[in-house]
Design a protein around this ligand. Structure first.
Ligand code: SF4
Length: 492
């Protein structure tokens, strides 16, 4: 859900203030439950999905033809209060929580995107990123659509509105609009008639269906199963790649519009983005992350005194590494959970030791020890270097880093905010060069095969393009040029 204007710039300078991790772009949620407090259910659903986006949050409810919308910059708990939620009445609700790159951080880009049609309004919440925004925008401009924002999400909403305004009903209009959209999109769409859940033909971003056990025909849609758990909804199934589910007072029906649906679920969801208590591919991501830790230990064992993880996302893989290697797991870094993402340290010395604002090493655990530290990924390497220095300052005798994913060599175009390719440390440096730069005694990454075998699914059903450069959905050259600037095939 990245605004298309953000695709046009890049910088070879490493921005040390940016988080040194790929950033998830959005969480989506929807509930169809006449007679229930749909706004509050959505509030809690978004609360569980907060890790997928912390920049803005919004809820739209449908009360017959009337739409109530509230969206603002900030965390879910900051954007809504009891009074606001009480105003959001209706039978169904659509919610969204958003992350975006700096520069596009504007209220107008917050979601759900609401547009008017001849059949009433529609409210759309999007997770993902279209790759054909140039083409789609030109077509919508030709059809004289009015744009309020620069987001691809609004373009999808306008594409549906345009089809509906040409005489189609909600369902026909939406199915026709999706044939014009290329890229990654998991959508929850509210209309006066009912709610839709949609996944692109490759199912790059997750979307699950749940049911509220209180009464029949009460459905929930959420980016992850943790969004169902929090409101007591039971997991029914995933929305399939290329599927639209249409939930109305008559129940739920399913439609497929793509000739060639082929799942390419983002494997980074499994490694890092999604919450460890969410279930994907039939198991919790905690279990998957334990397993990649075990495989990592088999692939790159080294003798040491303790195994620690970088909190929070590196912990399950560190435990798996410890189980497989027999080296005791310990907590060597304590996370301060209350540091804001945009915290700017006031003095130079604080900036230099900046990592301690977020992670504080435990001296008595680390002193004199040979330490294996497990992290889920290295993007630019700036944070890894600071962590290693903090461990050595706390007395670690040796520091061995193990990464529970392969080297990130390519940017993502499907809704994850990774840097442009020149800022990805593994795109320009060998493992040995990275080892030297982050000043560890040894460094090893999980193999690509190990990462996929651990899913216990057909390895062809995942996108792993940021590790290989094999993008499952074609990307127009202009969009490629914005980020893929080291590739020889891209003519700049
Ligand atoms: S390129 Fe990487 S982050 Fe993007 S969808 Fe594919 S696996 Fe996920």
């Amino acid at each position: 859900m990245i605004p298309n204007d953000s695709l046009d710039t890049h910088s070879a300078q490493v921005d040390h203030e940016r988080p040194d991790k790929p950033e998830e772009a959005c969480g989506v949620f929807g509930v169809y439950a006449p007679g229930e407090d749909v706004a509050k259910l959505t509030y809690f659903g978004l609360y569980a999905l907060q890790h997928r986006g912390q920049e803005s949050a919004g809820i739209a409810t449908f009360d017959g033809d009337k739409v109530h919308l509230h969206k603002e910059m900030g965390l879910v708990s900051q954007v809504f209060n009891e009074n606001i939620l009480n105003e959001l009445t209706g039978n169904l609700a659509v919610g969204h929580t958003r992350y975006s790159t700096t520069g596009s951080s504007r209220r107008v880009n917050a979601q759900p995107a609401v547009v008017s049609t001849r059949l009433g309004s529609l409210a759309l919440a999007h997770n993902g990123n279209l790759v054909n925004t140039g083409e789609l925008r030109a077509e919508l401009t030709r059809r004289e659509c009015d744009f309020l924002t620069t987001t691809d999400s609004e373009m999808i909403a306008l594409a549906i509105a345009s089809e509906v305004n040409s005489g189609k009903d909600w369902l026909e209009g939406a199915l026709s609009a999706f044939t014009q959209c290329q890229g990654a999109y998991s959508l929850v769409i509210g209309t006066p008639k009912g709610m839709m859940g949609v996944r692109d033909p490759n199912g790059i971003r997750p979307l699950v269906i749940g049911i509220l056990p209180t009464s029949p025909q009460r459905y929930v849609l959420a980016s992850e199963t943790c969004g169902l758990d929090i409101i007591g909804a039971e997991y029914l199934r995933d929305v399939e790649p290329g599927e639209l589910v249409w939930i109305t007072e008559e129940g739920m029906s399913s439609f497929h519009w793509s000739q060639k649906p082929a799942r390419k679920l983002c494997v980074f969801e499994m490694i890092y983005f999604a919450r460890p208590d969410s279930v994907m591919c039939g198991e919790s991501l905690y279990s998957y992350r334990l397993e990649i830790g075990r495989i990592l230990a088999r692939e790159s064992f080294i003798d040491a005194d303790i195994v620690i993880g970088v909190p929070d996302s590196g912990i399950p893989a560190a435990i798996g590494f410890s189980q497989e290697s027999g080296i005791p797991f310990a907590e060597g870094l304590i996370k301060n959970r209350y540091v804001g993402r945009t915290f700017i340290q006031p003095t130079q010395s604080m900036r230099e030791s900046g990592i301690r604002m977020k992670l504080n090493p435990l001296k008595d655990v680390l002193e004199g020890k040979r330490v294996i530290i497990v992290d889920d990924s290295i993007v630019r390497g700036t944070t890894s270097r600071k962590i290693v220095k903090a461990l050595r300052d706390a007395g670690a005798k040796e520091v061995h880093m193990r990464i529970s994913s392969p080297p990130v060599t390519h940017p993502c175009f499907y809704g994850i905010d990774t840097d442009s390719q020149d800022q990805l440390i593994a795109a320009t440096k060998s493992v040995e060069e990275i080892r030297q730069q982050i000043e560890v005694d040894t460094l090893a990454y999980l193999s690509w095969e190990g990462m996929l075998i651990a899913t216990r699914e057909d390895t062809n059903t995942f996108c792993s393009a940021c590790f290989t450069g094999n993008y499952p959905i074609d990307i127009p050259e202009k969009v490629k040029r914005s980020k893929l600037i080291l590739e020889k095939s891209v003519t700049v």
